[in-house]
Every structure is written in structure tokens, then in C-alpha cells.
Design a protein around this ligand. Structure first.
Ligand SMILES: [Zn+2]
Ligand SMILES: [Zn+2]
Length: 305
């Protein structure tokens, strides 16, 4: 599994090199990378994170200090995410170029009478379905779990936990680029749609009891996603609720556990295999983050999927 983790670096480097050479040739590198950063860690997303963090003070699922160690480290991961956003763009670009080069038949021709709203809906549905499948793989494929475990290690979840993600974990979600590639000749999702999708992915990590009532049977709520982060089995299953925005995929696959009427569960990974900020007497944020990011490359990581 250690070799596979190192191989993932090689694959990422190749894809990023492919993306870089294409962007440099197209002379759009700087504008493309800065716009990617603006899209992902853009003002709308940051405003939403601040508002949700304020809501967590008013209606917390688990009452906690603003300066809890988990909050500080996860806010640090927001900074890491902003730094790696251009690299993630290179990865996605490299992946898209590789698909066009080796599987051009995936790209559909222009379909007559297909309204733009239907194209946008199909792309977003496709992205969410692929994110669900990739997330399942993150739990069931050993090498991916090595990188995903960091996200699950948090015992003091908040809206910032969305960003507690190993940079190499993004590789497993690259297939989510496919719906936009397949339908490229028919239209694309406007930036506002992608930012709205990003906000809906971020909100479920909030330390809130919100289950969205009846809507929460179909849309992922903070209470629904908290069950995914539970540190014990739920309904006899080791992991449930893999959905990003829609709960539909879990309901179809039989991996859904609805939160309605349940007690708030503790989060984290039993046995604490990932180095944790809550374990240390005087944790320095930088050292904690570096040790957590290095964890997947240990020969004996202690992380079994
Ligand atoms: Zn997960
Ligand atoms: Zn999560």
C-alpha cells in the first residue's frame, strides 16, 4: 500500500505536467490559475463559511469553544487548500487533456433540442453521482483511505472540516470532471452554479443539528453527514451516507442512514491512527498539519480500509 501511495504522487506529477504544458502553450496559465482559486476559495464560499461558523455558536450540535484545537487546525487546512487550489486546477486540466487524448469518443456531439438548463442539471447530477462513487472508493480502496483518513480523524467537527483534506485525495475525485467533458459541446455550468455546488458541499460539515426536515431525505444535511463521520458503526454498517449534495445515491445503494430522531454521535476514528491535535499538550498548528500530511507515506501507517 505504501508503493501505491508513492505511485499516486507520480500520477499526480504526470497529470500536472500535462496540464502545465498545455496551459503554457495556450498562454493562459496565470489567468486560469487565479480564476480557479477565485472559484474555489472565492468570496461567496468564504462568506458562507463565516456565516455558518457564527450559526455554530448559536445552535451547536456539540457546544465548543471558538478556539478549540480542531477549529484552529481545520482553519489552517483552509489556508493549505487555498495554496494547493492552482495545483488542483493543473491536475484537473491534465486529466481532461489525457481523456481527450486517449478517449476522445467520450465527448458527445452537439445534441439538437437539448435546453441549456437540462445540460446544467445533467452535468451537476453527474458530478454529484461520481463524487459519491469516488467517496465510496475512498473508504473501500486501501491507498485512497490512507489519504481520506485525515478528513475523518476530526473529533471536533466544524464547517472548516470541509478543508481538512489531504491534497493528494483530490486525485480520486478527478473523474468528476467527466460529465462536463462529455457534454462540453452542448454547454457548461456557469461559475455561479459551481460555487453554489461548492457551498452545498461545505455546509454539511457544520457543527449544527440541522436535518432539513423532509428535504433532508433527499439533500445532504449537517446531521446526515455527521453520521458519515461517526466513530462507531451506524445501523450495522461501518460507514454510511457517502453523498456530497444529494442523499439519493446512498438511498439507491442502501448505504443511507437518515438522522431524524437520532442522538448526536461522536466523530473521529477509533484508536486515533492519524496524529491528532487533541492528543498533544502544546500543539503547534504547522507541526500538526505537516505530521498529518506525512502520515500516508509511513511504511506502517496503521490505516487499514
Ligand atoms: Zn468519508
Ligand atoms: Zn466529511
Amino acid at each position: 500500500m505504501w508503493c501505491a501511495a508513492v505511485a499516486l504522487i507520480g500520477l499526480s506529477a504526470w497529470l500536472m505536467g500535462t496540464g502545465l504544458s498545455d496551459l503554457v502553450r495556450g498562454h493562459v496559465l496565470r489567468s486560469d490559475l487565479s480564476s480557479a482559486e477565485a472559484d474555489t476559495v472565492g468570496p461567496a464560499l468564504l462568506v458562507m463559511v463565516v456565516l455558518v461558523f457564527a450559526a455554530e455558536r448559536l445552535w451547536p450540535a456539540v457546544p465548543r469553544r471558538v478556539t478549540a484545537r480542531g477549529h484552529i487546525i481545520d482553519a489552517g487546512y483552509l489556508g493549505v487548500y487555498a495554496l494547493v487550489a492552482p495545483a488542483v486546477t493543473l491536475l484537473s486540466t491534465g486529466f481532461a487533456i489525457a481523456v481527450e487524448r486517449y478517449a476522445p469518443f467520450l465527448r458527445l456531439a452537439r445534441l439538437p433540442l437539448l435546453p441549456q438548463v437540462a445540460v446544467v442539471a445533467m452535468i451537476l447530477l453527474g458530478i454529484d453521482a461520481i463524487n459519491w462513487a469516488a467517496h465510496v472508493a475512498n473508504h473501500r480502496v486501501g491507498v485512497f483511505w490512507r489519504f481520506h483518513a485525515l478528513h475523518h480523524s476530526q473529533e471536533e467537527m466544524s464547517v472548516f472540516t470541509t478543508f481538512r483534506t489531504h491534497p493528494l485525495a483530490h486525485v480520486s475525485y478527478l473523474p468528476a470532471v467527466l460529465p462536463a467533458l462529455v457534454l462540453a459541446a452542448n454547454g457548461s455550468v456557469p461559475t455561479v452554479g459551481l460555487v453554489a455546488y461548492g457551498c452545498l458541499v461545505t455546509l454539511p460539515h457544520a457543527n449544527l443539528r440541522w436535518n432539513y426536515g423532509r428535504v433532508g431525505r433527499w439533500v445532504v444535511s449537517p446531521a446526515f453527514h455527521r453520521l458519515h463521520h461517526a466513530n462507531t458503526d451506524v445501523d450495522g454498517m461501518r460507514a454510511v451516507n457517502f453523498g456530497f449534495v444529494l442523499a439519493v445515491w446512498d438511498r439507491l445503494a442502501g448505504t443511507a442512514a437518515l438522522p431524524h430522531g437520532r442522538v448526536v454521535m461522536e466523530t473521529g476514528i477509533g484508536g486515533r491512527p492519524v496524529p491528532l491535535e487533541q492528543d498533544l499538550a502544546r500543539p503547534s498548528a504547522g507541526r500538526v498539519i505537516v505530521s498529518q500530511l506525512a502520515q500516508p507515506f509511513r511504511l506502517r501507517s496503521g490505516l487499514e480500509s
